[in-house]
Write a protein of this length. Structure first.
Length: 292
Protein backbone atom coordinates (compact mmCIF):
# COMPACT_ATOMS: atom_id res chain seq x y z
CA UNK A 1 0.00 0.00 0.00
CA UNK A 2 1.19 3.47 -0.76
CA UNK A 3 2.02 6.03 1.90
CA UNK A 4 -1.10 8.04 1.06
CA UNK A 5 -3.05 5.77 3.41
CA UNK A 6 -6.10 3.55 3.19
CA UNK A 7 -8.22 3.58 0.03
CA UNK A 8 -11.17 2.07 1.89
CA UNK A 9 -12.80 5.32 3.08
CA UNK A 10 -12.65 6.66 -0.49
CA UNK A 11 -14.19 3.47 -1.89
CA UNK A 12 -16.92 3.48 0.73
CA UNK A 13 -17.57 7.15 0.08
CA UNK A 14 -17.92 6.40 -3.63
CA UNK A 15 -20.46 3.64 -2.95
CA UNK A 16 -22.63 6.00 -0.94
CA UNK A 17 -22.42 8.74 -3.60
CA UNK A 18 -23.50 6.32 -6.33
CA UNK A 19 -26.37 5.09 -4.16
CA UNK A 20 -27.68 8.56 -3.42
CA UNK A 21 -27.20 9.84 -6.97
CA UNK A 22 -29.23 6.85 -8.18
CA UNK A 23 -31.94 7.52 -5.61
CA UNK A 24 -32.06 11.13 -6.80
CA UNK A 25 -32.67 9.86 -10.35
CA UNK A 26 -29.61 11.57 -11.84
CA UNK A 27 -27.22 10.32 -14.45
CA UNK A 28 -23.53 10.70 -13.73
CA UNK A 29 -23.23 13.30 -16.49
CA UNK A 30 -26.16 15.38 -15.19
CA UNK A 31 -24.88 15.27 -11.60
CA UNK A 32 -21.43 16.38 -12.77
CA UNK A 33 -22.96 19.33 -14.62
CA UNK A 34 -24.89 20.47 -11.55
CA UNK A 35 -21.85 20.02 -9.33
CA UNK A 36 -19.80 21.99 -11.89
CA UNK A 37 -17.11 19.33 -12.14
CA UNK A 38 -16.05 17.12 -15.04
CA UNK A 39 -17.88 13.84 -15.62
CA UNK A 40 -14.55 12.01 -15.41
CA UNK A 41 -13.86 13.68 -12.05
CA UNK A 42 -17.18 12.48 -10.65
CA UNK A 43 -16.52 9.02 -12.05
CA UNK A 44 -13.17 8.88 -10.24
CA UNK A 45 -14.78 10.13 -7.05
CA UNK A 46 -17.48 7.45 -7.23
CA UNK A 47 -14.89 4.73 -7.88
CA UNK A 48 -12.73 5.87 -4.97
CA UNK A 49 -9.79 6.70 -7.23
CA UNK A 50 -9.14 10.27 -6.13
CA UNK A 51 -5.89 10.71 -4.26
CA UNK A 52 -7.40 13.69 -2.48
CA UNK A 53 -11.07 14.24 -1.72
CA UNK A 54 -12.31 17.81 -1.60
CA UNK A 55 -14.73 18.18 1.32
CA UNK A 56 -16.53 21.06 -0.41
CA UNK A 57 -17.36 18.78 -3.37
CA UNK A 58 -18.79 16.16 -1.01
CA UNK A 59 -20.85 18.80 0.79
CA UNK A 60 -22.18 20.02 -2.57
CA UNK A 61 -23.10 16.44 -3.55
CA UNK A 62 -24.92 15.97 -0.24
CA UNK A 63 -26.94 19.13 -0.91
CA UNK A 64 -27.67 18.12 -4.50
CA UNK A 65 -28.84 14.60 -3.64
CA UNK A 66 -30.92 15.71 -0.65
CA UNK A 67 -28.90 13.80 1.94
CA UNK A 68 -29.97 14.53 5.52
CA UNK A 69 -27.71 16.60 7.75
CA UNK A 70 -27.01 13.60 10.02
CA UNK A 71 -25.94 11.39 7.11
CA UNK A 72 -24.04 14.22 5.42
CA UNK A 73 -21.98 14.61 8.59
CA UNK A 74 -20.92 10.96 8.40
CA UNK A 75 -20.18 11.20 4.66
CA UNK A 76 -17.97 14.22 5.21
CA UNK A 77 -16.20 12.34 8.01
CA UNK A 78 -15.42 9.63 5.44
CA UNK A 79 -13.97 12.26 3.11
CA UNK A 80 -11.73 13.55 5.88
CA UNK A 81 -10.47 10.03 6.61
CA UNK A 82 -9.23 9.55 3.05
CA UNK A 83 -5.57 9.63 4.03
CA UNK A 84 -5.54 7.57 7.21
CA UNK A 85 -3.79 4.20 7.23
CA UNK A 86 -6.35 2.40 9.41
CA UNK A 87 -10.02 3.18 9.05
CA UNK A 88 -12.10 3.02 12.21
CA UNK A 89 -15.49 3.97 13.62
CA UNK A 90 -16.22 4.94 17.21
CA UNK A 91 -19.35 3.29 18.57
CA UNK A 92 -21.05 6.69 18.86
CA UNK A 93 -20.53 7.21 15.12
CA UNK A 94 -22.70 4.23 14.16
CA UNK A 95 -25.90 6.19 13.67
CA UNK A 96 -28.29 5.94 12.00
CA UNK A 97 -28.17 2.12 11.99
CA UNK A 98 -28.97 1.81 8.27
CA UNK A 99 -25.82 3.82 7.56
CA UNK A 100 -23.45 1.18 8.92
CA UNK A 101 -20.36 1.41 6.72
CA UNK A 102 -19.82 -2.33 6.95
CA UNK A 103 -23.04 -3.25 5.14
CA UNK A 104 -22.02 -1.96 1.71
CA UNK A 105 -18.55 -3.39 2.15
CA UNK A 106 -19.98 -6.84 2.87
CA UNK A 107 -22.35 -6.59 -0.09
CA UNK A 108 -19.43 -5.89 -2.45
CA UNK A 109 -17.40 -8.92 -1.27
CA UNK A 110 -17.35 -12.22 -3.13
CA UNK A 111 -15.87 -14.22 -0.23
CA UNK A 112 -16.17 -13.84 3.55
CA UNK A 113 -14.16 -15.65 6.22
CA UNK A 114 -15.22 -15.13 9.80
CA UNK A 115 -14.52 -16.35 13.31
CA UNK A 116 -17.20 -15.82 15.96
CA UNK A 117 -16.32 -16.80 19.54
CA UNK A 118 -19.54 -15.68 21.28
CA UNK A 119 -22.34 -15.15 18.75
CA UNK A 120 -23.89 -16.97 15.83
CA UNK A 121 -22.61 -15.21 12.67
CA UNK A 122 -24.97 -12.39 11.69
CA UNK A 123 -25.49 -13.82 8.20
CA UNK A 124 -26.84 -17.03 9.75
CA UNK A 125 -29.00 -15.63 12.57
CA UNK A 126 -32.76 -16.19 12.81
CA UNK A 127 -35.14 -13.26 13.47
CA UNK A 128 -35.94 -14.52 16.97
CA UNK A 129 -32.25 -14.85 17.82
CA UNK A 130 -31.69 -11.27 16.61
CA UNK A 131 -34.59 -10.04 18.74
CA UNK A 132 -33.07 -11.83 21.71
CA UNK A 133 -29.89 -9.80 21.20
CA UNK A 134 -31.41 -6.37 20.60
CA UNK A 135 -34.69 -6.54 22.53
CA UNK A 136 -33.57 -8.07 25.81
CA UNK A 137 -35.52 -5.68 28.02
CA UNK A 138 -38.99 -4.02 27.90
CA UNK A 139 -37.31 -0.61 27.57
CA UNK A 140 -35.87 -1.49 24.15
CA UNK A 141 -37.49 0.23 21.18
CA UNK A 142 -39.57 -2.38 19.29
CA UNK A 143 -39.40 -0.41 16.04
CA UNK A 144 -35.61 -0.15 16.33
CA UNK A 145 -35.45 -3.88 16.97
CA UNK A 146 -37.54 -4.57 13.86
CA UNK A 147 -35.13 -2.42 11.83
CA UNK A 148 -32.21 -4.52 13.08
CA UNK A 149 -34.02 -7.67 11.99
CA UNK A 150 -34.76 -6.16 8.56
CA UNK A 151 -31.14 -5.11 8.07
CA UNK A 152 -29.83 -8.55 9.05
CA UNK A 153 -32.27 -10.21 6.65
CA UNK A 154 -31.16 -7.90 3.83
CA UNK A 155 -27.53 -8.81 4.57
CA UNK A 156 -28.39 -12.51 4.60
CA UNK A 157 -29.64 -12.25 1.03
CA UNK A 158 -25.97 -11.96 0.01
CA UNK A 159 -25.42 -15.63 0.88
CA UNK A 160 -28.90 -17.04 0.13
CA UNK A 161 -29.65 -15.54 -3.28
CA UNK A 162 -29.70 -17.95 -6.22
CA UNK A 163 -27.48 -15.98 -8.56
CA UNK A 164 -23.82 -15.85 -7.53
CA UNK A 165 -24.25 -15.87 -3.76
CA UNK A 166 -21.33 -14.74 -1.62
CA UNK A 167 -19.11 -17.58 -0.40
CA UNK A 168 -19.09 -17.77 3.40
CA UNK A 169 -16.49 -19.64 5.43
CA UNK A 170 -17.25 -19.50 9.15
CA UNK A 171 -15.78 -20.96 12.32
CA UNK A 172 -18.01 -20.67 15.37
CA UNK A 173 -16.91 -21.39 18.91
CA UNK A 174 -18.85 -23.98 20.88
CA UNK A 175 -19.59 -21.18 23.36
CA UNK A 176 -21.72 -19.42 20.72
CA UNK A 177 -23.85 -22.55 20.38
CA UNK A 178 -24.48 -22.84 24.11
CA UNK A 179 -24.94 -19.17 25.04
CA UNK A 180 -28.68 -18.42 25.01
CA UNK A 181 -30.27 -15.54 23.13
CA UNK A 182 -34.01 -15.19 23.67
CA UNK A 183 -34.83 -18.58 25.17
CA UNK A 184 -33.78 -22.25 24.95
CA UNK A 185 -36.50 -22.75 22.35
CA UNK A 186 -35.16 -19.86 20.28
CA UNK A 187 -31.65 -21.32 20.51
CA UNK A 188 -32.82 -24.77 19.45
CA UNK A 189 -34.50 -23.30 16.37
CA UNK A 190 -31.44 -21.14 15.68
CA UNK A 191 -29.10 -24.14 15.78
CA UNK A 192 -31.33 -26.22 13.55
CA UNK A 193 -31.31 -23.32 11.08
CA UNK A 194 -27.52 -23.09 11.40
CA UNK A 195 -27.12 -26.79 10.62
CA UNK A 196 -29.44 -26.51 7.61
CA UNK A 197 -27.60 -23.47 6.26
CA UNK A 198 -24.29 -25.32 6.53
CA UNK A 199 -25.46 -27.73 3.80
CA UNK A 200 -25.56 -24.95 1.19
CA UNK A 201 -22.76 -25.25 -1.39
CA UNK A 202 -21.52 -21.69 -0.80
CA UNK A 203 -21.41 -21.99 3.02
CA UNK A 204 -18.67 -23.84 4.91
CA UNK A 205 -19.33 -23.91 8.65
CA UNK A 206 -17.12 -25.46 11.31
CA UNK A 207 -17.25 -25.50 15.10
CA UNK A 208 -14.28 -24.86 17.37
CA UNK A 209 -15.01 -27.15 20.35
CA UNK A 210 -14.01 -26.38 23.92
CA UNK A 211 -11.61 -29.32 23.72
CA UNK A 212 -9.56 -27.53 21.01
CA UNK A 213 -8.20 -25.06 23.56
CA UNK A 214 -6.64 -21.89 22.17
CA UNK A 215 -5.22 -22.14 18.62
CA UNK A 216 -1.85 -20.37 18.41
CA UNK A 217 -2.06 -19.77 22.16
CA UNK A 218 -4.34 -16.73 21.92
CA UNK A 219 -7.99 -15.93 22.60
CA UNK A 220 -9.25 -13.99 19.58
CA UNK A 221 -12.26 -11.74 19.33
CA UNK A 222 -14.60 -11.78 16.32
CA UNK A 223 -13.28 -10.80 12.92
CA UNK A 224 -14.20 -10.96 9.24
CA UNK A 225 -11.89 -11.18 6.22
CA UNK A 226 -13.53 -9.73 3.10
CA UNK A 227 -12.25 -10.53 -0.40
CA UNK A 228 -13.57 -8.76 -3.50
CA UNK A 229 -12.53 -10.99 -6.38
CA UNK A 230 -10.01 -10.58 -9.19
CA UNK A 231 -9.85 -9.04 -12.64
CA UNK A 232 -9.27 -11.07 -15.81
CA UNK A 233 -5.53 -10.56 -15.29
CA UNK A 234 -5.65 -11.92 -11.73
CA UNK A 235 -5.25 -8.57 -9.98
CA UNK A 236 -7.56 -7.96 -6.99
CA UNK A 237 -10.56 -5.79 -7.82
CA UNK A 238 -10.18 -4.17 -4.39
CA UNK A 239 -7.69 -4.85 -1.59
CA UNK A 240 -8.71 -7.48 0.96
CA UNK A 241 -10.11 -5.93 4.16
CA UNK A 242 -10.15 -7.29 7.70
CA UNK A 243 -13.06 -6.06 9.81
CA UNK A 244 -12.49 -6.32 13.56
CA UNK A 245 -15.58 -5.63 15.63
CA UNK A 246 -15.15 -4.13 19.09
CA UNK A 247 -17.36 -2.87 21.89
CA UNK A 248 -16.28 0.76 21.39
CA UNK A 249 -14.32 0.86 18.10
CA UNK A 250 -14.64 -1.08 14.84
CA UNK A 251 -11.41 -1.44 12.87
CA UNK A 252 -10.95 -1.84 9.11
CA UNK A 253 -7.46 -3.10 8.25
CA UNK A 254 -5.88 -3.12 4.77
CA UNK A 255 -2.14 -3.25 5.42
CA UNK A 256 -0.81 -6.48 3.90
CA UNK A 257 0.96 -7.48 7.11
CA UNK A 258 -2.28 -7.12 9.11
CA UNK A 259 -4.32 -9.01 6.52
CA UNK A 260 -1.79 -11.85 6.45
CA UNK A 261 -1.80 -12.13 10.24
CA UNK A 262 -5.55 -12.55 10.28
CA UNK A 263 -5.41 -15.04 7.41
CA UNK A 264 -2.87 -17.05 9.42
CA UNK A 265 -5.01 -16.81 12.56
CA UNK A 266 -8.13 -17.93 10.69
CA UNK A 267 -6.24 -20.87 9.19
CA UNK A 268 -5.01 -21.95 12.64
CA UNK A 269 -8.53 -21.73 14.09
CA UNK A 270 -9.99 -23.61 11.13
CA UNK A 271 -7.42 -26.40 11.46
CA UNK A 272 -8.29 -26.81 15.14
CA UNK A 273 -12.02 -26.92 14.44
CA UNK A 274 -14.15 -29.98 13.75
CA UNK A 275 -14.74 -30.91 10.12
CA UNK A 276 -18.03 -29.89 8.51
CA UNK A 277 -19.86 -33.17 9.20
CA UNK A 278 -18.76 -33.41 12.83
CA UNK A 279 -19.60 -29.73 13.27
CA UNK A 280 -23.13 -30.24 11.94
CA UNK A 281 -23.60 -33.24 14.23
CA UNK A 282 -22.49 -31.22 17.27
CA UNK A 283 -24.75 -28.30 16.34
CA UNK A 284 -27.77 -30.61 16.15
CA UNK A 285 -26.79 -32.35 19.40
CA UNK A 286 -26.62 -29.03 21.26
CA UNK A 287 -29.95 -27.99 19.70
CA UNK A 288 -31.54 -31.05 21.32
CA UNK A 289 -29.86 -30.21 24.64
CA UNK A 290 -31.45 -26.74 24.59
CA UNK A 291 -34.86 -28.45 24.45
CA UNK A 292 -34.11 -30.99 27.19
Amino acid sequence: MSDTGSTLPRRQLGRYLIDWRTRAGMSQQRAAELLEIGSSSLQRLERGLNGRVQVREIQAACDLYGISDAEAEIVIALARQANVKTWWYKAADRVPIHFDGYIKLEAAAVELRTYQPELIPGLLQTPDYIRGLFCASPEDDAAECDRWVQIKEQRQNNVTRRHRPTDLFAVVSEAALRRVSGSPQVMAAQLRHLADMSTRPNIALRVLPFSAGFPRGVSSGPFMILTFGSTATGAPIEPTVVYVEGSTIDMYLEESIDVQRYHDLYTAIEHAALDSVASRDLIRKIAREHMA
